[in-house]
Design a protein around this ligand. Structure first.
Ligand SMILES: [Zn+2]
Ligand SMILES: [Zn+2]
Length: 430
């Protein structure tokens, strides 16, 4: 059977490459993945999958960091101008991107694979012939590759259809960057019937894994929360009546210095970053409005909660100290990624026994840098007794992720298609 999977991965590899390049050329930011959703939906429908798009994919009020209506509309219109039929785009209007594709084959386990669709606000400098044609937006995290791999896996599993039973679910999630979309997919209930859940990420190989191609499961990524704090005071003439105003400036300045002074945690690493601060209107006006955009991270969900509690208290306290108000909104967040050990073991054994050309690490679980909102879906599956794993597909990238020179060798798509189809098939085989 593994021979057949390898053969099919080879057959569908060129299609995966062309889809990856098409997506790379038309990158879209979170909640605006109109082109990507439509292209993937069309291909999966043609394959015979039941495809769901529109508001049922993400629970509306669980979406985090959704852009303004104006931006959502501008991007929607751009997708239409790029030739996506309006009837396909209509259900997604207003930031309802992403899709769920299902293939039912009678009774049996439910296995799901999650891919992410979105790009980053970066100006590409790779010089690739298929470089971004959308100014200021670039696929610099490999999500174009993940999506293309997902469609490739859909093809392989469809072609193997007479040899497995149960349900295969492919989840193409919007807005992973900034960890904004995972919770909304989880809360829409799409993994509530899932017994085995897989995700995957292309990952730069400059680490102690040596020549390996795969870490069976990531574990212990940073849990994180992204906060927007909006300060409101009262404007006044700075020379004539300063006492009649309430300036947000000293409150925000006090908040920032205090945030960086949060005590470390004895149980693990923490991070804090105020990434954006904007306030006031002019030199001679008491500033009545300002915004802070910050993020905190913690090695594990508990440590992140500690950081969040401290940060919220400081923001509100600093506002109170200066008589202004502060409204805090959660712009993103995710618990720590923790892969199920038994599923990691299954993935590693499968590589060693069936796909010897894919070399797994000697250890089952490795840390992944940064944060990843696949954790919302994993937690939901594990809570009902299912298993979830997030393998890292190791490769030599041209530059680190989230930089304008980022690129990856497309052969990693072949590796991903082979091993992920292999695991899904192993779970669902007759
Ligand atoms: Zn990323
Ligand atoms: Zn990513």
């Amino acid at each position: 059977m593994t021979k057949k999977i390898e053969e099919l991965a080879r057959t569908y590899f060129p299609e995966a490459v062309s889809l990856r390049r098409l997506l790379h050329e038309k990158p879209e930011l979170g909640w605006c993945e109109y082109v990507a959703t439509s292209v993937v939906a069309a291909q999966l429908k043609a394959l015979g999958y039941q495809v769901q798009t529109g508001p049922s994919v993400c629970k509306a009020d669980a979406r985090m960091g959704v852009p303004s209506e104006a931006i959502l509309e501008r991007e929607w219109l751009r997708a239409r101008s790029e030739g996506i039929p309006e009837r396909e785009l209509e259900p997604m209007r207003g930031g309802f991107t992403g899709l769920i594709a299902v293939l039912h084959q009678g009774p049996g386990p439910v296995a799901a694979l999650r891919l992410d669709l979105d790009a980053l606000p970066l100006t590409e400098k790779t010089g690739l012939p298929f470089a971004s044609s959308h100014p200021g937006v670039m696929h610099a995290c490999g999500h174009d590759g993940h999506t293309a791999m997902g469609v490739g896996i859909a093809r392989i599993m469809k072609a193997m259809g007479d040899q497995w039973q149960g349900t295969l679910k492919l989840i193409f999630q919007p807005a992973e960057e900034g960890v904004r979309g995972g919770r909304a997919v989880a809360e829409a209930g799409h993994v509530d019937d899932v017994d085995f859940l897989l995700g995957a990420h292309i990952f730069g190989r400059s680490r102690p894994e040596g020549d390996c191609d795969l870490v069976p499961g990531a574990s212990g990524s940073f849990a994180t929360t992204k906060l927007d704090a909006e300060f409101t005071g009262r404007a006044a003439h700075a020379g004539s009546f300063p006492e009649k105003g309430l300036s947000v400036m000293p409150a925000m300045a006090a908040a920032v210095t205090a945030l960086y002074g949060i005590p470390r945690h004895s149980k693990g690493a923490t991070r804090i970053n105020v990434g954006r601060m904007e306030a006031g209107g002019g030199r001679n006006v008491v500033a009545d409005h300002g915004i802070l955009e910050l993020e905190i991270r913690g090695a594990g969900t508990e440590i992140n909660s500690y950081m969040e509690e401290q940060a919220r208290r400081i923001l509100l306290g600093a506002a109170k100290m200066h008589g202004v108000s502060c409204r805090i909104q959660t712009a993103g967040g995710a618990p720590s990624v923790v892969s199920s050990l038994s599923l990691c073991e299954r993935i590693r054994t499968l590589c060693l026994e069936q796909f010897p050309q894919i070399r797994p690490t000697s250890y089952l679980q490795g840390p992944s840098e940064g944060s990843e909102d696949f954790s919302w879906l994993m937690e939901r599956v594990k809570a009902r007794g299912g298993q979830a794993a997030f393998p890292l597909l190791l490769t030599d990238t041209a530059a680190p992720g989230h930089t304008p020179e980022f690129d990856f060798p497309e052969t990693v798509l072949h590796t991903g298609m082979t091993v992920l189809s292999g695991v899904l098939f192993d779970i669902l085989k007759k």
